[in-house]
Unconditional design. Sequence first.
Lengths: 342, 342
Amino acid sequence: MATNSHINPNIKRKKEALNVEQLFNELQSGQVSALSRAITLVESKASGDSAFAKAVLQQALPYSGTSFRLGITGVPGVGKSTFIESLGRQLIARGKKVAVLAIDPSSNISRGSILGDKTRMEELVKSDQAFIRPSPAGTTLGGVARKTREAIILCEAAGYDFIIVETVGVGQSETAVHSMTDFFLLLKLAGAGDDLQGIKRGIMEMADAIIINKADGNNQIAAKHACREFKNAVHLMPDKDHGWPTQVLTCSGLNNVGIKEVIEEIENYTAHSKANKSFIKKRHIQELYWFHQTVEDAITSNFYNRQEVISKLAVLEKEVLSKKKSPFDAASELLGLWSFKK
Amino acid sequence: MATNSHINPNIKRKKEALNVEQLFNELQSGQVSALSRAITLVESKASGDSAFAKAVLQQALPYSGTSFRLGITGVPGVGKSTFIESLGRQLIARGKKVAVLAIDPSSNISRGSILGDKTRMEELVKSDQAFIRPSPAGTTLGGVARKTREAIILCEAAGYDFIIVETVGVGQSETAVHSMTDFFLLLKLAGAGDDLQGIKRGIMEMADAIIINKADGNNQIAAKHACREFKNAVHLMPDKDHGWPTQVLTCSGLNNVGIKEVIEEIENYTAHSKANKSFIKKRHIQELYWFHQTVEDAITSNFYNRQEVISKLAVLEKEVLSKKKSPFDAASELLGLWSFKK
């Protein structure tokens, strides 16, 4: 570290500029190792890497936005890897380049709980038309989501035209995936506790399609029953803003049955949403969402993370609960102490 | 105004202190005019009134929290006033003192759209055990909600032990009412476009009870049918945190039929939630929600309302949508310009 400070800063800057240029050219020409390195830079916590990562992203940005972005969620055991393997292979057969990313804020603990075990996607891993990347490490969903969102940009600049973002639905991770994808797919199991009763709040409203997986062998009758039940439930839900009724299908990722129909539904959706302009509208809303969300998160965390605020907050919370102060008085007392300054 | 500045400030302060004391004593002794004046103070935008309002609230705070707080929502025409009239009368017959407040952020335009026409609650208006107050004027939901929440505190200090907060469900007003009440009741009509298909997002999950109103005359069969449909839909919903399954009932506010059963359900809920401590837990969550919400709203509006930020934001939003900058870069550029200072 100490020796670096003696290097002529102009030389150093020139070297970095060269590297950014070189890395980006390699990435854009389809070199998987360059894409991997660029994503590693984006994920890096080392302070020196952040300017570099930003420069690469800046170069990638004009080439991004061209892919179809598919979000997939489902509980562990629902067969996500097998489904993605099967879906990915069919997409590649149709001439697509497929990237598979993941959001799992719990991955620090359960390290590699999703996409970590790449052996489950045997063929996809071997294909030179597929790129698979496990969830970045991170403690906060915001951080993990941001890195995944930036990885999407890099993958698109590298020519991947079908991006799959997977999550296991820890905390708010489904909302994060939903807000960075064009189509949100909920994978379900018939019976096995993963039925309609156990569905997470709000998830039905986010889903553009619900796919009952493992509709094979003895499970076929149960899958058909679950399909009917979900169709009824979906029918009871209010219409979405973009006017696309949530589709319910069954499939078997294992036997490669029903995957073609899923792709057709995605194609139908794309045609529908591009025709009524809801596709681009949704993208714009997502861009501004991430912009505002980042601003608001930073403002509030900047405020809440100050030691003085933390101490004061604890005192005020007690006073609110013991009715010494109203929530509004406590808030204005807290805010009276600080203000935004340039 | 000019003459006021010549008054000895000590005398003036003493006079105000006396007034606060006097107003609060009158309020607490059950004088309706004092309660009305106190709420008017809370609603006032005149800068001189705010210290006075705060002082009265401060006195009221230790006596608050003792009532049952019932939230009611439903589209215009669902019969809210008639339902509240019927419910209020039965509650008074059971020895309750009933206050009816309203949240309607649109009331600036449609001035008095709810509770304004008090003639619909003929008997309740005449009863000395009931207090009815239309929605405060205001342009933002936050402001209107805050005033209503403070009015609850004043009503409780004045001895009202059953507070009804009504809304027509404009924007996020249902969420606001839900977060300041113990029990949230959704009033529906059979047929007439107010059926399951047209239900607003998220509202089913907030409701502790769904009441099909106007189950009278020719409408009884349709009401029973809607009741069955809602029961099915509720059955498909996930369980709530507090373990209370959403109840579905029919009633006729007009004919006073089924209201007793609604009161019984509220009593069942109270017993259930007090036994498993979810009642007090919910109250505490609500107190801290209002505290944190107020802090965060103030921080972000403090930031977003600055002329410099407004100009910069508009430029950055364009750059994000034209892919010149990523949402994250745009955010850090905006935030780099300002910080919180003491």
